[in-house]
Design a protein around this ligand. Structure first.
Ligand code: GLY
Length: 279
């Protein structure tokens, strides 16, 4: 029987000092499992804790867009084939909770005012998100003389597995620094910021444009699935392959993954706090 497990990350570019901020997310998932909850609830409750922690670029701590607005994105995919995602959501501190409702709709995703109307109808809080100004220098990938630009790429993510073998991946972000209002990054795009299928969940963090162009999560998923046995080493080497082969140098990217057995794993080409637990 599969053992309940969770893996979470605090984003590419976030330092080791953020590791302790991940612990409450792990605890939230454990509490869900202890009370008989499933992988969807565990991943979502872990993600909500990270959205509510202002040190992360998601939910409450989301980075401002170029015009000073704060817009949030999130996604949720389940190994039973369902998914839900929202993009460029105004006044939405916990976009991941809207993704839960979308799992049971005919549609998969909503963006902008239409997404907010849907959220209002279901009673999701409609409250301003203060966010934070961008750090680093204005400049896109590769324009900063060969150095890894210091950008707000510290998206959050959680992948959980329950004892039935169900796997759910929840990701959430305020975007990347110096991006316009209306910009859509990797987090709400299937195959880019997340992919869950056939007993394997993968999620990405970092510069959204690079992740999206690479279709990173889907391709890494396919790479890992090429092997019969989804060992921890195979997950690690598959993510490393994706980051090294599909992403340009000096572009901050990280990933986490969790399979139908074993613990979760993280890999990145920069600092990325991640933590895992398995019963
Ligand atoms: N990875 C978060 C974003 O670029 O939107």
């Amino acid at each position: 029987m599969p053992k309940p497990a969770i893996v979470v990350h605090g984003g590419a570019g976030a330092g080791p000092e953020r590791l302790s901020n991940l612990q409450p997310a792990i605890e939230a998932a454990r509490t869900v499992f202890d009370s008989g909850g499933d992988a969807i609830q565990a991943a979502v409750e872990a993600c909500v804790i990270l959205e509510d922690d202002p040190v992360f670029n998601a939910g409450t701590g989301s980075v401002m867009r170029n015009d000073g607005t704060v817009l949030t994105d999130a996604s949720l995919q389940v190994s039973d084939g369902r998914m839900g995602f929202v993009a460029v959501m105004e006044n939405t501190p916990n976009p991941i909770r809207i993704c839960v409702d979308l799992l049971n709709e005919e549609i998969n995703g909503l963006a902008g005012p239409g997404g907010r109307t849907y959220a209002d109808k279901l009673g999701h809080p409609n409250t301003p998100v203060v966010g934070r100004p961008p750090k680093g220098k204005k400049g896109d990938v590769g324009e900063l003389g060969g150095q890894m630009p210091e950008l707000d790429t510290d998206t959050v993510g959680a992948i959980a597995r329950d004892s039935s073998g169900l796997i759910a991946a929840a990701t959430s972000t305020g975007g990347t620094s110096y991006r316009p209002a209306g910009r859509v990054g990797d987090v709400p795009l299937p195959g880019c910021g997340f992919w869950v299928e056939e007993g394997l969940g993968v999620a990405a963090t970092g510069v959204g444009e690079a992740i999206t162009t690479a279709l990173l999560s889907y391709k890494v998923h396919q790479q890992i699935m090429g092997d019969d046995i989804l060992s921890t080493e195979k997950l690690q080497s598959g993510m490393q392959w994706g980051i090294e082969q599909l992403i340009k140098p000096n572009t901050a990217v990280g990933m986490i993954s969790l399979a139908s057995n074993g613990a979760g794993v993280g890999a990145a080409n920069t600092d990325m706090p991640w933590a895992t637990w398995s019963s």
